[in-house]
Design a protein around this ligand. Structure first.
Ligand SMILES: [Fe+2]
Length: 368
């Protein structure tokens, strides 16, 4: 690599001494600029940006110490300053070092010493320049890297936010579709129009009182909307008949559990799996006398056992085609308690009793 020409600034008021310094340095193929006082020396320093300065301590308009201090304060790069002096006092050298000088050269000038010290300081300067260059390059590289990282981070955050929004939208859509499907299953049965919403609330409250997690309670709440979906397949003249049903008609009504389970069969999600269990088994009884499978005790899936209590409580307290007057909450509560261990899972009834007040509040909150 070809080095740039080296420029040395000589500031010396004595013309003979200055000439000698310039002659010695030019003989070594250095470029030299010269000044005879501090003011012009400082101007040359700022304009020409020398690689090294040889500076007389005694100048007519200022001291070399002051000039050295000013040069060091305005220079962003390392420029060695060598004070040329006839002074030998330690105090002078201490002041020179305090002013930022890098070395001293004694008068009278000895040519070999001048050249050796000049070359030595220029070598140090080149090394310092390289280190500074690498540091600047490293700083630029780090800056670019940081900008790249910031950009990627922002892109990733944007993508994650989009994903979160899409997920929320999907969940909301799924929840709403399920709720509307549940309403569709009740649509023809005018007197139980809000049954689905009340049921969902009750199942949620029961699940929490039973000790299930809020996530599971929420899952059960959504799934409960579909417990009577099988009613879609029950004919109007049976479903809407105000009189007592005969055995054949009652059998047709009971089939809504089978129909519901077949609509929800082979589910691909946990939600529909639970919904399928509820649809099939919400008319099972703890003592095994329910339908459609006559399951007994723990054989009945837990979601269905919760669903049963919620379904019966809601039916007892609601006006329906086949019952004239609905029960009061207290009467319905007693009915549920009396069914513990026969019709209902005792643990679910216990949970129901614990949260009875909250259940009533949930019931009232769900009323239109
Ligand atoms: Fe049902």
């Amino acid at each position: 690599m070809v080095e740039d020409p080296t420029l040395i600034l000589v500031v010396e008021d004595n013309p003979a001494n200055r000439e000698l310094l310039v002659e010695y340095l030019e003989a070594e193929r250095f470029d030299v600029v010269e000044a005879g006082d501090a003011r012009s020396g400082f101007e040359l320093f700022k304009v020409r940006r020398p690689d090294l300065v040889l500076l007389d301590v005694m100048l007519p308009d200022d001291s070399g110490f002051n000039l050295c201090r000013r040069m060091k304060s305005v220079s962003r790069k390392f420029v060695p300053v060598v004070l040329v002096t006839a002074l030998h006092e330690t105090a002078d050298k201490v002041e020179g070092l305090g002013a930022g000088a890098d070395d001293f050269l004694s008068k009278p000038i000895i040519r070999e010493e001048l050249v050796a010290r000049t070359r030595s300081h220029l070598r140090v300067k080149r090394m310092v320049d390289k280190v500074e260059m690498y540091q600047a390059e490293l700083a630029r590289f780090n800056q670019r890297l940081q900008e790249e990282v910031d950009l990627r981070t922002r892109q990733l955050q944007g993508a994650l936010a989009d994903l979160k929004r899409a997920k929320e939208l999907t969940e909301q859509t799924q929840q709403e579709i399920i709720e509307r499907l549940g309403i569709a299953s009740e649509y023809r049965d005018q007197e139980t129009g809000n049954h689905v919403r009340r049921m969902s609330h009750l199942v949620h409250e029961l699940a929490l009182a039973f000790g299930l997690s809020s996530a599971t309670a929420e899952l059960f709440r959504q799934a409960a909307a579909l417990h009577d979906i099988g009613k879609i397949g029950v004919r109007d003249h049976v479903l809407l008949k105000p009189e007592q049903l005969d055995e054949g008609e009652a059998e047709l009504i009971r089939e809504h559990t089978i129909i519901g389970a077949s609509i929800l069969a082979n589910p691909r999600t946990e939600l529909l799996h639970v919904a399928c269990q509820m649809a099939r088994s919400h008319h099972e009884r703890w003592d095994g006398l329910g339908y459609p499978d006559g399951l007994k005790g723990d054989e009945i899936p837990l979601p269905a056992r919760l669903c049963t209590v919620a379904d019966v409580f809601d039916a007892l307290t609601t006006r329906r085609v086949y019952r004239r007057e609905p029960m009061s909450y207290q009467e319905a509560r007693n009915e549920i308690l009396q069914g513990s261990g026969t019709r209902f899972d005792p643990a679910v009834v216990s949970a129901f009793d614990q949260c009875f007040v909250r259940v009533m509040q949930a019931r009232e909150a769900a009323e239109p």
